[in-house]
Design a protein around this ligand. Sequence first.
Ligand SMILES: Cc1cc2nc3c(=O)[nH]c(=O)nc-3n(C[C@H](O)[C@H](O)[C@H](O)COP(=O)(O)OP(=O)(O)OC[C@H]3O[C@@H](n4cnc5c(N)ncnc54)[C@H](O)[C@@H]3O)c2cc1C
Length: 333
Amino acid sequence: MLPARVYNLQDHPDRGEVLKFRGQRPMDKGVDNWPEQLRNLWSGEIEWNSPMARWCTLQVGGPAKAIATPASRAELQSLVAVLAKLGVCWRVIGRGSNLLVSDTGYDGVIVMLGRKFAAIEQLAGKEAEKTLVQVEAGCSLMKLVNWCVAQGLQGLEFAAGIPGSVGGAVVMNAGAWGKEMSESLASVTFLSGAGEFVERKKGDLAFSYRHLETESMIVVVAEFLLQAGDRQAIERKGAQLMRDRKKKQPQGQGNAGSFFKNPAGLPAAGKLIQDAGLKGIRVGGAEVSEVHANFLVNIGSATAQDFLDLMRLVQEKVFERFGVRLEPEVHIL
Ligand SMILES: Cc1cc2nc3c(=O)[nH]c(=O)nc-3n(C[C@H](O)[C@H](O)[C@H](O)COP(=O)(O)OP(=O)(O)OC[C@H]3O[C@@H](n4cnc5c(N)ncnc54)[C@H](O)[C@@H]3O)c2cc1C
């Protein structure tokens, strides 16, 4: 058995071979014993055979073979290098609030940027009256929103009540009330396929509706340019948006927020689903919420297959009725 150690891509003799990300690709043949090799080559925290239902807000999903939680940027770098070397597929996730994982689970490594990637730091800004804030991707979006309130910084109040990590919110270009993450972003630092940290300024980033083109890179740090404002006014606004959210969205049932993207130039997905008469329709334990038709909720016993079947049913019915093909906003794994 090889001794446990941290594997460093930069030092690896086959660096050229290793420089390929395996995220979302099928597993290479002949890597059956990768769990043992991973255990030997990477000494960070790993949880084996962990049900994804625990990690996703839809509360469904079979086991991930491994969940790796790097404790530092160096550990993340070495993990990605080892996974590339072993030919193991992997996927980075935040808080699983926009993810539907299949009932068969994930036969690879889920990389989680958690509490060890949660730092928030105020940097000196160049623009007068604006403050540059650097946040690690594993920080929860709500922690960042609350921190901004405490500092009297405005620009991210719209995100009050959006669950998830800062990394997930950047990748999803999360938005609400007509605003989205890209508006206050200044730059994003990624871990690239070559195992290097790459900073991209906002002008070099391709954002669109609920999407950032990441080129399969990992978001590690995001910087936001925020405006100084009246602390109490910012707090009131955030609290009001939270109350509005509570009124309009289902509470206490597993969900992933808006399940479908709003089609461009047409009524919102929720309105189309509602007008197609689909509120309350169920497949197994998955239901179109009575409160908000674009929320598919887990009534307690849903499987991932129930959500997939319900998603297809909603797509078919809306297409039949309005000729519009709804696209899922939720990422399916
Ligand atoms: C009750 C509720 C309300 C919601 N309201 C809103 C809303 O108002 N507006 C909105 O836009 N969304 C909303 N959502 C959806 C969701 O919260 C957002 O999309 C959120 O930004 C996802 O963050 P996450 O960390 O949970 O990402 P995850 O669900 O973990 O991941 C989402 C995608 O991003 C990728 N990813 C995650 N982290 C990284 C990273 N560091 N680097 C590279 N890729 C990464 C994952 O692989 C996956 O493809 C809501 C969800 C719920 C449950």
